[in-house]
Ligand binder design. Structure first.
Ligand code: PEP
Length: 252
């Protein structure tokens, strides 16, 4: 049985003080959910350290939203996986569509970032997903399969065990449009099948696949009812503790 994983991607939102307030709102749910869900928040780099400290004893885990592709050195403005891990952060989001689109991240970059994440003990939440024109052209399965093959297939079995995959159709991110639960589940099924063919049945049954793209209290129940969807990567709805809490507690 795969444990559900719900992660809030705060993106470039919240000051440290706002982040601390948001965290304490989310922490109010801890007793009800601690045993049945992996609960993650991904604040901006500036307050990772503070949020790790505030999350202690709450059961909430902390993720960065990115990490550098290189280990150290003359890379102005970058933050290395080692620096992030040294704060007590456990996860890193990699390959988010906003990074692919606005910062030109390719599979080549992402292979390097994955290597840095693993070398420093961070568990990647690796994002994949098609753009609107790719869905309209009917190439969405191929696009997502390629994003998996070009990066995930390079992992070792040991590395693979820590991986979380987030399927996020780009056209549904921050737009209020959600993939129907059937559409989302079909792509998540294709991802799991690709994993099975490469890593075997057991690995495929164990990997956690999140859906992301305008997930909110109103649609979470239907999405989470799908066999191949094991949680959510939540943007907008993670910025209000009440909404995020409702997404986490959708079946209570
Ligand atoms: C995201 O950016 O990962 C995301 C899913 O955003 P939203 O929930 O706002 O669509």
């Amino acid at each position: 049985m795969r444990e559900r994983i719900v992660a809030g991607n705060w993106k470039m939102n919240t000051t440290p003080a706002e982040g601390a307030a948001l965290l304490s709102g989310v922490a109010a749910l801890k007793n009800e959910v601690r045993d049945c869900v992996t609960l993650v928040v991904a604040p901006p780099f500036t307050h990772l350290s503070q949020i790790v400290e505030a999350a202690q004893g709450t059961g909430i885990r902390v993720s960065s939203q990115n990490c550098a592709a290189e280990a150290k050195g003359a890379y102005t403005g970058e933050v290395s996986a080692q620096m992030i891990a040294s704060l007590g952060v456990e996860f890193t989001i990699l390959g988010h569509s906003e990074r692919r689109e606005y910062y030109g991240e390719t599979s080549e970059t992402l292979n390097k970032k994955m290597a840095q994440a693993y070398a420093n003990g961070l568990a990647p939440i690796y994002c994949v997903g098609e753009k609107l024109d790719e869905r309209e052209a009917g190439s969405h399965f191929d696009v997502v399969k390629a994003q998996i093959e070009e990066v995930v297939f390079n992992l070792t079995a040991e590395q693979y065990g820590k991986l979380v995959i987030a399927y996020e159709p780009v056209w549904a991110i921050g737009t209020g449009k959600t993939a129907t639960s059937e559409e989302a589940a079909r792509v998540c099924g294709v991802i799991r099948k690709a994993i099975r063919e490469e890593f075997g049945l057991e690995a495929a049954e164990e990997v956690r696949i999140q859906y992301g793209g305008s997930m909110n209290p109103g649609n979470v129940k239907e999405l989470m009812a799908q066999r191949n969807i094991d949680g959510g990567l939540i943007g907008g709805a993670s910025l209000k503790a009440a909404d995020f809490s409702q997404v986490v507690l959708y079946d209570n």
